[in-house]
Design a protein around this ligand. Sequence first.
Ligand code: F0G
Length: 442
Amino acid sequence: MAQATQSAVAELVCFEPSCRARYAITDVLYSCPKCGGLLEANYDGPAQDPEQLKRLFRERRMDNSPINQSGVWRYRELMPFLDDYKHVVTLREGNTPLLNAPSAAKYGGLDAVVFKHQGFNPTGSFKDNGMTAGASQAKRLGMTRVACVSTGNTSASMAAYAASAGMEPLIFLPNGKIAFSKLAQALEYGAKTLQVEANFDQILALIRVLAERLGIYLLNSMNPFRVEGQKAIMFEMLDQRDWKVPDWVVLPGGNLGNTSAFGKGLREAKALGLIDKLPRLAVIQAEHSAPFDEYWKRGGTGEFHAVTNPETLATAIRIGDPVSWPKALHEVRTTNGTVEKVTEQEIADAKAQIGLAGIGCEPASAATLAGIKKLVAQGVIDKGADVVAVLTGNVMKDPDYIYKYHTGQLEAPDGTKIRGTFANQALVVPNDADKIAELLKK
Ligand code: F0G
């Protein structure tokens, strides 16, 4: 088997170009104590041979050890922040497929599209890729309680990883604003679950105060180690394509942790010589939860305006004040990418089309195909482009939305009716073979 090269020196560095303060990798920090900026893990290590690394990653797929079976830790040379891999908490996350979807491509106006489906993860969303890294760092730090605020998926994921590692999960949710299946997951994994009468952004401010006061480790997406794990979504995608770089990577944007992670991972892969160019990132937001889109279209300069009352039926991305916007802006700019927003109707119809391709996803994920359709129509994405769209969550995450769409009962948060353009309704039939046969002839 190809050998891993020597380990790197890891530290936390402030993301703000004017600050760049450095901290120990084991400091419990979520933002820079000097300037309040976001933190990121930085590595200084010996040069690695990219071809040897590619061989090593490929060989590990054949190995049955938990760390090599994980679609995150398999790429550990690209996120070398742990001093000892005995801390790794893994549910064999990642290992998610690339799925071709000709009918969805046609709907989006493309010749072809490939979905990287993160809904195949152990708790059904991409959050598992980041949570394995965040939970492992928590273990390494000797933490016993971990907490997050969540629109649902982070909490489901954190609950599972904490439980599997013997840590106590503490979850804060915006009351009544998360999909029922996600709440159910948190309860099943034994998380202490608090539903707060506030929105995601307000609760995030609240738990930052509580974490410090109670000595609880925060596993929200501004936790720099979560970002490290989520980078592996791009590494695995590239590995599955034999390191052929797509023209575009399209993803939904909420708190913008994923955008930050993808950009960082891609930049680092290029710096190491694993790839020779960057794909362009296209971040898609829901119309009434789209502060990043607004900022981008204002040139990405001046003050960032949060949306005070974000709304969308795609509750996973119902976020008005995304913490990671400075990182995300850097990544979209660096990759010559773009940002767009889509309506509730566009998300609903795109979601139904992803279902009709035999794939399915949760509402937030469908923003990708809706965004592709819009960007192709605008001429931003070429019809013949090589496009990978990241589906962030599993179809079973929000069955209520599905049922309402197909029965014409789905309403946007402002009361507007969503048309069931591709509705598919169950039929009630008598217990009568002749009548059923007659019906099925049509
Ligand atoms: N898609 C899904 C299914 C999500 O759960 C989220 C975020 C996003 C997209 C947006 O990703 O925040 O990295 O831009 N869910 C978080 C949560 C906020 O609490 O589960 P992002």
